[in-house]
Design a protein around this ligand. Structure first.
Ligand code: SF4
Length: 385
């Protein structure tokens, strides 16, 4: 690792971290409750940390006009998957630079927003300042859900910290905030004026941050519980249990009630999954959960060494056609093997995307409503043309 690249694993965490702001702003007491839980990590988190380190090294090399480190093994794969992000940052920076030679780009900058959030600080992955524009860019390496930059409190807190740091040096009036998720091919950007960000900080964040810091305020369940270390909290249990108790007689469910329950189903399912994995972890750590034990789950047979299996069978006279299956590469792997353009030119008319099975979704979902009759009509119109 280059000497001036920060150790991302050692990034300090604030009680009210920017990355958890969506949670503690909705459920202020969760901040102090979360402190009672041990800090855990996962292979995904470690991969994300490494991705941030590699991205920083590459962008630093770009800034300094030096060579990137040589990556091997898993780092090489991560470097490849970061390419769209690196390209986008370089392109964005160059666009700013074309308009203003005074443009600056900062990497892994510690920003302080403790004027609004007690002890609040964070690290901006990339910050670009060009004339009156401050651009906050956050890399998210996960492959889970696309994250929206619009009204995203993490980005807005970084923006507040950056305004604190650079507001006196630069006449910033526009804040641009971007989340870049290279593995989802997702880039989301939102805009706000510097005054709007400051107003949001003073009026929306500061009061609730003070409550959260003091462990006060009301508990509230929502999507944010998914990332809460205290996800087995009593409040969440009480809310979900009440939901089940309130609807115990299936004959009494009317369509309106069903609509309400469906909206809450995701919460209940996520809560149940959480309790299952929490109880499993507890027993694995030697703690007792009365009435429960761990058993071996279902497993399937597998070869210890595929090459040795093939060798043995060939020695017995079996032909390759008998022991191997010939399988055409799937679409994603084929696109990778021959390139997207050639794939489209050569195989475009041999690829179809069948209609997906009808899936229940809230009416706010951005996808078009499933309508088989309309689909048939559209297909008939295309055939007539
Ligand atoms: S699980 Fe949800 S309700 Fe419970 S403390 Fe965490 S955020 Fe609050």
């Amino acid at each position: 690792m280059a000497a001036d690249v920060i150790n991302h694993t050692g990034r300090a965490h604030a009680v009210l971290s920017a990355s958890a702001a969506n949670r503690w702003m909705h459920c202020p007491p969760s901040a102090r409750l979360a402190e009672r839980y041990p800090q855990t990590t996962s292979s995904y988190a470690e991969e994300g940390t490494r991705a941030h380190e590699i991205a920083e090294q590459c962008l630093r090399a770009f800034k300094d006009g030096t060579s990137e480190p040589v990556y091997e093994g898993d780092d090489l794969r991560i470097r490849g998957e970061l390419q769209p992000y690196i390209d986008w940052i370089v392109e964005t920076y160059n666009e700013y630079k074309d308009k203003s030679t005074d443009t600056i780009m900062l990497l892994e900058t510690r920003v302080d927003f403790s004027d609004v959030v007690p002890d609040g600080f964070g690290t901006g992955d990339v910050i670009i300042i060009s004339d009156a524009t401050l651009h906050i860019i956050d890399l998210k390496f996960g492959k889970g859900v696309p994250v929206d930059a619009n009204l995203n409190p993490q980005l807005m807190l970084y923006a507040l910290g950056a305004l604190n740091l650079f507001g006196d040096l630069y006449d910033i009036n526009l804040v641009r905030m971007t989340i870049n998720q290279p593995r989802l091919d997702h880039i989301s950007t939102s805009f706000a004026s510097a005054a709007e960000i400051r107003h949001w900080g003073d009026h929306k964040v500061a009061p609730v941050a003070q409550q959260a810091y003091e462990g006060k305020g009301e508990f509230a369940c929502g999507d944010w519980c998914r990332w809460c270390p205290a996800k087995n909290c009593r409040h969440r249990a009480a809310v979900n249990q009440k939901l089940i108790e309130d609807h115990q007689d299936p004959a009494a469910l009317n369509k309106k009630e069903l609509g309400v329950i469906l909206r809450q189903l995701g919460q209940v399912k996520s809560w149940m999954d959480t309790l299952t994995s929490y109880a499993t972890d507890q027993i694995l750590q030697g703690n007792e959960i009365p009435g429960w034990k761990l058993v071996e789950g279902r497993s399937i047979r597998k070869y210890v060494d595929e090459d040795k299996v093939a060798e043995k069978l060939k020695a017995e006279g079996y032909a390759e056609a008998t022991i191997y299956e010939k399988v055409l590469l799937g679409i994603t792997k084929m696109e990778k093997a021959i390139g997207k353009k050639l794939f489209a030119d050569l195989l475009g008319d041999l690829v179809v995307k069948p209609a997906g099975a009808p899936t229940l979704a809230p009416e706010t979902d951005k996808r078009k409503e499933y309508n088989p009759q309309l689909q048939i009509l559209e297909e008939m119109e295309i055939e007539e043309e």
